[in-house]
Design a protein around this ligand. Structure first.
Ligand code: PLP
Length: 453
């Protein structure tokens, strides 16, 4: 009996193949499925809950319940008409890599206990470093997503720089401000700066704030810039901010959780110029690098900073301590037991190659430009922020209170497409994020037509 709780090898194969068929069918149905379905707590709990099952049950019935009920009630971030928040156009090679790491129960904590998967993680980090143009010697770690990668970066930066003021903007992602709160940065240590008319960090405003802080006897420490804001895909002026950080001795953290992967294609790389000068950089492969959830990536340009903040060697781990030239990934974040997230990325790079990913990323940028052109040709809409790294925001002319939310909700209810609302300096807008390369121009046109209807 190979399964510790009693499934035979024959049953394992039968059930495993059934799962593969379900997943491939999910990919095949793609645009035919509703983009999002939300159930009621009572109905879902009735179907999935009850007392803990005491006796073995029929595995196929249980699997079918998961597919029909749990997995049928969710947003499909990999759906070609999922334009809300940030989609996750996950690739099948990515899924296969994840299955392998789960199936083999791979652990990447110490070199001694996982040298193979650790090497895969080192290789993937090196590929990402090179594709994003960061300096050789940059170190990194894979985490569960942008939130954990950002908070890990901030903890490491704080450890490396010591106490000091941290500068954010009104467009900085909430995971950073929440992370700073949980790291116990006091309100007087966090300086939120207003952005300019294009929602970018203004280097002159930053320079003035730094000068003010120095004059008041405070020590400037860390600047957070964003490479692709969640609201509008805006990239802060990374070169100018990096210049200021260099001259003032400040740490530059760049949150590229959303926009970082755009550096793969020429247009994205031009928009992201200066990204390579970050002291720490976050990107989320489960957003724009075709990986299934979950995987975020933190790269730190200064070697040893992660280990300086996170290394630990309690007596019960001494046996597994890495020798020179080996890496214990447990020393690069707060995770000790950690899954082998790199396998899905490694496999996707090997199966598809960078060139295909580059084209897929470029298509996401072009689709938002197509949406912008459509909106501009219809006098009922105003484009509020132009297409930037796959995101465009727009407003219905004369929209009344709550109207955008009502239009977005009606579209999602109908199941055809999902879009988001957000607000820019208090103004309500609709927002499309178009990073799924399977989306067609016709689907964008139809989504806008239904939103207007
Ligand atoms: N930073 C930015 C710019 C984001 O857009 C997001 C999520 O959308 C995050 C951080 C948080 O990433 P995650 O949801 O993977 O934790």
């Amino acid at each position: 009996m190979p399964d510790p709780l009693g499934l035979s090898a024959e049953e394992m194969r039968r059930l495993g193949y059934w799962v593969v068929d379900q997943v491939v069918a999910h990919f095949e149905r793609g645009p035919d499925d509703p983009v999002i379905r939300t159930g009621s707590p009572d109905a879902l709990t009735a179907a999935l809950g009850g007392p803990p099952p005491q006796e073995p049950g029929d595995p196929l019935v249980a699997l079918q319940t998961l597919v029909d009920t749990a997995l049928a009630h969710m947003q499909h971030g990999d759906h070609p008409r999922y334009f809300a928040r940030v989609p996750s156009p996950s690739s099948f090679a990515g899924v296969l890599g994840d299955w392998l790491s789960t199936g083999f129960n791979a652990l990447v904590a110490s070199w001694a206990g996982g040298s193979g998967p650790a090497t895969v993680e080192l290789v993937v980090l090196e590929w990402l470093r090179e594709l994003l143009g960061l300096a050789p010697g940059t170190e990194g770690v894979l985490l569960s997503g942008g939130s954990m990668a950002n908070v890990t970066a901030l903890a490491a930066a704080r450890h490396a720089c010591g106490p000091g003021v941290i500068y954010v903007t009104d467009q900085t992602h909430a995971s950073i401000t929440r992370g700073l709160r949980s790291l116990q940065f006091g309100p007087d240590e966090v300086r939120p700066l207003p952005t300019d008319d294009a929602f970018r960090l203004d280097p002159a405003v930053l320079a003035a704030a730094v000068a003010d802080d120095r004059a008041a006897g405070r020590r400037p420490g860390i600047v957070v810039a964003t490479a692709g804001t969640t609201n509008c895909g805006v990239v802060d002026p990374l070169g100018a901010v990096a210049d200021l950080c260099a001259s003032e001795g400040m740490w530059l953290h760049v949150d590229g959780a959303y926009g970082g992967p755009a550096a793969l294609c020429a247009q994205g790389a031009a928009a992201l110029r200066g990204l390579e000068r970050a002291d720490s950089l976050v990107l989320d492969p489960h957003k724009w690098l075709f990986s299934p959830y979950d995987v975020g990536c933190l790269l730190v340009r200064r070697p040893g900073v992660l280990a300086g903040a996170f290394a630990m060697t309690p007596e019960y781990l001494v046996d597994t301590q890495a020798a020179t030239g080996e890496v214990d990934f447990r020393d690069r974040s707060l995770e000790l037991s950690r899954r082998a997230r790199a396998l899905k990325l490694w496999l996707a790079f090997r199966v598809y190659g960078v060139q295909r990913m580059r084209e897929a990323v470029a298509r996401g940028i072009a689709l938002a430009e197509h949406a912008q052109a459509r909106l501009e040709s219809d006098s009922r809409w105003d484009v509020i922020t132009p297409a930037q790294l796959g995101i465009v925001t727009f407003a219905w002319r004369g929209a009344n209170e709550g109207e955008h939310a009502r239009r977005a909700a009606a579209l999602a209810q109908d199941g055809y497409a999902a879009v988001s609302t957000t607000s820019l300096r208090g103004r309500s807008v609709l927002r499309l994020c178009t990073i799924n390369p399977l989306t067609t121009e016709d689907e964008i046109d139809e989504t806008l037509a239904r939103l207007a209807g």
